[in-house]
Design a protein around this ligand. Structure first.
Ligand SMILES: N[C@@H](CCC(=O)N[C@@H](CS)C(=O)NCC(=O)O)C(=O)O
Length: 240
């Protein structure tokens, strides 16, 4: 089997690996034990690089009227597939490499609904994390990121006050309620699934880019659920 290629975006962080959407297929590939390599793309060059490999644009135009492309993109030399979008990549991997399911018990439709609900809850609340993301991208990519993201999440992106973090804490109170409705540590009780990967990918993003006291703040919410969940999800692929 030839290794698959995961396209992800660069940062100035040691070890890279910060961006939440590419983190989801990375978790899936590791969990399913599928060999892969990562190719890193500058944030400001995602569209040009993904267009050049024949990826599909996301159907939105930028402010200059050009097609927008995003990462993650997955290229599978074993089948010739080139897939855009973390959820579509998860779905492709599940169909093509069904061992160790991430959508157990036909849960894909429900997990698709959870993916969009989770995204709509998180997006208006992540201003402080957007501010930190722009910092770790370096000046040119950070400027591009701020311009692109502020179209949906208006500036200013404050980090310094308790108020800046309150919306995110409220979001996690809701996500915590979901977890409280099951008996096990996962959304599907004792059964690990892509739903937990969705939640963990954002947590990984926060942990990688936030200052120590900011991650400590997030870790203190909901009885320490979030640092624990991230560690549990990481353990799932480490133990395979
Ligand atoms: N729904 C997409 C979102 C992907 C996305 O927004 N990716 C960001 C990086 S995490 C991106 O490529 N942005 C490029 C841009 O906005 O120009 C997915 O889940 O893959």
């Amino acid at each position: 089997m030839q290794p698959l290629v995961l396209y992800d975006t660069l940062s100035e962080l040691p070890g890279n690996n910060w961006s939440p959407n590419p983190a989801k297929p990375r978790f899936v590939l590791r969990y399913k034990n599928i060999p892969f390599v990562t190719l890193w793309v500058e944030y400001a060059e995602i569209s040009i690089a993904m267009k050049s490999i024949g990826a599909t644009p996301i159907g939105r135009k930028d402010r200059h009227g050009s097609d927008v492309y995003t990462v993650p993109v997955l290229s599978d030399p074993n089948t010739g597939a080139i897939i855009t979008d973390s959820l579509e990549i998860a779905s492709y991997l599940e169909k093509t490499y069904p061992e160790k399911p991430i959508f157990p018990n036909n849960a894909e439709p429900l997990i698709r609904a959870l993916d969009s609900t989770h995204f709509s809850l998180i997006l208006p609340a992540v201003k402080p994390l957007f501010a930190r993301s722009a910092e770790i991208l370096g000046p040119a990519n950070g400027k591009f990121f701020t311009e692109a993201r502020s179209a949906n999440v208006p500036l200013p992106w404050g980090v310094g006050h308790d108020d800046d973090w309150d919306p995110l804490e409220k979001t996690y109170n809701t996500v915590y309620e979901w977890y409280q409705k099951t008996d096990g540590k996962w959304i599907m009780g004792d059964t690990f699934s892509y739903a937990d990967i969705i939640v963990a990918a954002s947590l990984l993003w926060y942990k990688r880019i936030a200052k120590e006291d900011e991650w400590a703040r997030i870790s203190s919410w909901n009885e320490g659920k979030w640092a624990q969940l991230l560690a549990d999800v990481e353990q799932e692929w480490k133990s395979t």
